[in-house]
Design a protein around this ligand. Sequence first.
Ligand SMILES: Nc1ncnc2c1ncn2[C@@H]1O[C@H](COP(=O)(O)OP(=O)(O)OP(=O)(O)O)[C@@H](O)[C@H]1O
Length: 575
Amino acid sequence: MKKILSNLKPYWPFILASLIFIFCQAMSQLMLPSMLADIVNTGIVNTDTGYILAVGGKMLFVALGAVGAAIAASYCSSRAAMGFGKSLRESIFEKVESFSLNEFNKIGTASLITRTTNDVTQLQMVAMIFFRMVVMSPIMAIGAIIMAVSTAPSLSFVFWIVVPIIAGVIVVLSKFSLPLFRAMQLKIDTVNRVMRENLTGVRVIRAFNRVEHEKKRFNAANIDLTNVAIRVNRLMAIMMPLIMLIFNVTTVAIVWYGSLKINAAIMEVGDLLAFIQYAMEIMFSTMMLSMMFIMIPRAAASVERIKEVLNMEPEIVDPENPVIPKEIKGILEFDDVTFKYPDAEEPALSNISFKALPGRTTAIIGATGSGKSTISNLIMRFYDVTSGKITIDGIDIRDIPQKVLRSWIGYVPQKSVLFTGTIAENIRYGKEDATDEEVRHAAEIAQASEFINGMKDGFDTMIAEGGLNVSGGQKQRICIARAIVKKPKIYMFDDSFSALDFKTDAKLRVALSKETKNSTMIIVAQRVATVMNADQIIVLDEGRIAGIGKHKELYENCETYRNIVLSQLSEEEIA
Ligand SMILES: Nc1ncnc2c1ncn2[C@@H]1O[C@H](COP(=O)(O)OP(=O)(O)OP(=O)(O)O)[C@@H](O)[C@H]1O
């Protein structure tokens, strides 16, 4: 909670100003009924027009003051609440940025989006009303009780009956509403998740004619959310008429009892009028407070969900005593590495040891699911090894700050990811201050220049959201250029040539080897043609190393490798 509330800190001047204005508004509003009583008791009873005009003028002045204070309070509380929301969203975003892949998996992307948007909006709304109502209502309620009791002490017993009844109604209803509000946020998560899957998977959905199925899935989630919302609103629907009934019965009781007093000449008409107005203020304030009780549980559900994100400790953290060498050679070594994904039964990698040297190409090949991408995940420190260690120039990568480690590596993921922006901007993602020449050169090596220059706007061509306006192979080459422009010490290509035709794949590797003479190259691939010229090939089989060596040796000595080769190459190609 402290972490959430700390986001209010920068806005305390607005909160303070809003409280002062609210106080002024409450005071002005409290003065009005007693002035009205004065007009009736003195002005009207004595038919003193001058008095009526004088006090009426004062009333107008006070009422205008109340309006001004209300506007100012509203402005200040809105500024504070909106600022709070902005700052909270920033905090969540920053926290999420520090998550390792495991934390993303735990909460889920759709839920993280809802928590950053919808849940924060809930808190923002509550904060705005909170500043106004929680301060205004008690001041008004207490002030009105004091004024009412001093105006007509004999009628004040009414409050001892009415206020507890209103409070009781609210407490009971809020007990039912909390679980419903919690459920509602979860349902919003589900709607978002289904929507997200539908938008990203639209091509597959259409290709497999599953539009109807997806409609049903979305409808189910949507109806689920609607049902919970209806139940919540049913509670609200009960509450408002109940409170209005209490309001009206109370007014009737006051008028009836008051008129008896007036008849008996114990009370003046003006005092009864003032008393009714104070009674209204008291009941209205109690109702507003009760609305807070309804909103607070809803906000509490959102607070819980935001707290879960803010309190989640990322598993991958920077070392306390980091080692940051000025210069590295790029010798990457796996030393008896075993790794099990969180929640997985079996390790994805077992006892992996190898050394990748600068100026050499190390290729990793194996069947699907053999653990190739897991190796790249570990090198990037998206996950930490379960046992053993990975070193660069002899330094355990857990002793190197993540930022520094990742600055040494040019990573091309298995699934190409591009961002909305121009092609040049996407390539510059690898090196922010890369010159146009550097960008062009990187594209040249990545065999991307030709198709980029063929586009109407060349390097300034806009990439649509998710890179939908370029082909799979083009996307891959832009991603490769992004890594090349960085001029890293270590290249990590995770099955990054899979969408390229054989000719482009070969040309790219030749151009790359010229450019990266002193860099350590790690190429994960499924295709034998991509790896067969590597200086060393690591053959993975169900998370274990089945063989390490050059193409020829492995073909002769490693059965797993031979089987992969035989399944892909013809006799002449092997020879
Ligand atoms: N996040 C994860 N949580 C649990 N298990 C995982 C996770 N990611 C991968 N695995 C498992 O780890 C094993 C190795 O997966 P990995 O992605 O490294 O294989 P791969 O050789 O790269 O396969 P492919 O060639 O199909 O990409 C597989 O059995 C897979 O099911």
